[in-house]
Design a binder for this molecule. Structure first.
Ligand SMILES: C[S@@+](CC[C@H](N)C(=O)[O-])C[C@H]1O[C@@H](n2cnc3c(N)ncnc32)[C@H](O)[C@@H]1O
Length: 213
């Protein structure tokens, strides 16, 4: 899995679906007042870049060396002391974590104040089948109720939830993971009711949670 992600690093650095978006703007807004942050599963580093531009000191973490994180680590076992970052954030990555509950507990443990999560929202089992065909490292997208339960299960208070409609270019989405041939056609069939003019309707969910005082 890790080598696969390293091979994809440049594609994710330059992907417009990752380098821009209203969800990124919201993460900057939700980090207001923070001095330090950890960007877990940083990928192309887009959250870290935006937070650094806003004056936040950011440590990036990713298990794939090719993503050039500050620290190579899985989200499930973060090599940091308790409560050392004002903000712990992870964006568009929770659906790849082998143990999302353990990862959420780790985000809560290293945060002194806020945990921010953005991920692709669960939109039915056909969507999950298509995601796995496109990218075998896909574990699962989760519903709003599931994300709320992960955060509350980690001892956090969920303060705000937003969703974003984010249409993405379907062919570029397949190309990012090298999905072609029969798998690509099956994925297209499974998602047909969500594709208009080559754009796949995707929804992202953003959750802001607080470490109780
Ligand atoms: C879609 S990319 C991340 C996108 C990035 N956060 C952004 O905002 O553009 C998914 C990332 O999750 C990382 N990843 C996969 N499994 C992981 C795990 N168990 N713990 C932490 N990161 C993981 C991959 O290496 C990859 O860099």
């Amino acid at each position: 899995m890790t080598d696969t992600w390293s091979d994809r690093a440049e594609v994710y650095r330059t992907s417009r679906a990752h380098s821009e978006g209203a969800d990124l703007d919201l993460l900057v807004e939700w980090s207001a007042g923070a001095r330090t942050a950890i960007d877990v599963a940083t990928g192309g580093g887009h959250v870290a870049r935006r937070l650094r531009e806003a004056g936040v000191q950011v440590v990036t973490v990713d298990p794939a060396r090719g993503m050039q994180p500050d620290v190579v680590s899985r989200a499930e076992e973060l090599p940091f002391e308790d409560h050392v970052f004002d903000v712990a954030v992870t964006r568009v990555a929770g659906h790849h974590f082998e143990d999302v509950r353990a990862a959420t507990r780790e985000l809560a443990r290293v945060s002194a104040d806020r945990v921010l999560v953005v991920d692709t929202l669960f939109q039915g089992e056909a969507g999950e089948e298509a995601e796995k065909l496109r990218d075998p490292s896909h574990v699962r997208n989760y519903s709003e109720e599931e994300w709320r339960s992960f955060l509350e299960g980690a001892g956090l208070d969920v303060e705000e939830i937003r969703t974003f409609e984010m249409p993405i270019d379907f062919d570029e989405w397949l190309a990012r993971t090298g999905c072609t041939g029969e798998d690509a056609e099956r994925a297209r069939d499974l998602l047909a009711d969500r594709i208009d003019d080559g754009m796949l309707r995707m929804t992202r969910i953003a959750l802001r949670a607080r470490v109780p005082r």
